[in-house]
Design a protein around this ligand. Structure first.
Ligand code: AKG
Ligand code: FE2
Length: 197
């Protein structure tokens, strides 16, 4: 795991897609979906939806994931709904806060948190592939219908130098970011608010 978190090829991949000023968290997370483990509900992992950084058209927080086995629909590959890091869809308003007690308590797989959304894409990977995901993106994982565990090593990185945009940025900067006042403190929340249009 030490080798993975400092892998030069991973830093190079991040550089190639334009990520800058990366600050990895001190911890890494190992998630082992056990044999015949249940699906993971639709969620996003942004903790700071009240903060103007939630309005950023560039990512400010990403997770880097390595799956330790090949993943498929059969053993619980990741799935995601493209564009949902920036655009609200009806599903957002049907989901309890990510990883909180309400969503963890849902056992009824017909709940929208487990729906087969028409815009969802599967992200099957080969063992050792690197997946980089914006914290705001709606994602989920299929159930593991095999007898082998499906292990994932994940590390969070903070990016860029908020409120400054990436060095290569030429697009508009949202008003909420132009008005950013670092002296204002924002209560952390997992529920998307006004910054998710
Ligand atoms: O198990 C996975 O593939 C994704 C895990 C995840 O998104 C999470 O724990 O927040
Ligand atoms: Fe997640």
């Amino acid at each position: 795991m030490d080798r993975l978190v400092d892998l030069p090829d991973a830093w190079e991949a991040c550089r190639l897609i334009g990520l800058e000023n990366e600050r990895p968290d001190d911890s890494i997370i190992v998630l082992s979906k056990p044999p015949y483990g249940p699906p993971l509900y639709w969620h996003q992992d942004m903790m700071n939806w009240n903060h103007p950084e939630a309005a950023a058209p560039w990512p400010t927080r990403v997770f880097l994931s390595y799956y330790m086995t090949d993943t498929t629909r059969e053993n619980g590959c990741l799935r995601a709904i493209p564009g949902t890091h920036r655009k609200r869809i009806p599903l957002h308003d049907l989901l309890p806060a990510a990883h909180g007690p309400d969503i963890q308590a849902i056992t009824d797989l017909s709940h929208p948190a487990f729906m087969d959304h028409p815009d969802a894409v599967d992200l099957p990977v080969s063992a050792g592939d690197l997946v980089i995901n914006d914290a705001r993106l709606l994602h989920a994982a299929h159930a593991n219908r095999t007898g082998q565990r499906r292990t994932l090593v994940l590390q969070w990185h903070s990016l860029f130098d908020f409120p400054n945009p990436p060095s290569w940025w030429t697009g508009d900067i949202p008003q909420a970011i132009r008005d950013y006042d670092p002296s204002i403190k924002y209560e952390s929340t997992r529920i998307p608010g006004m910054h998710l249009a």
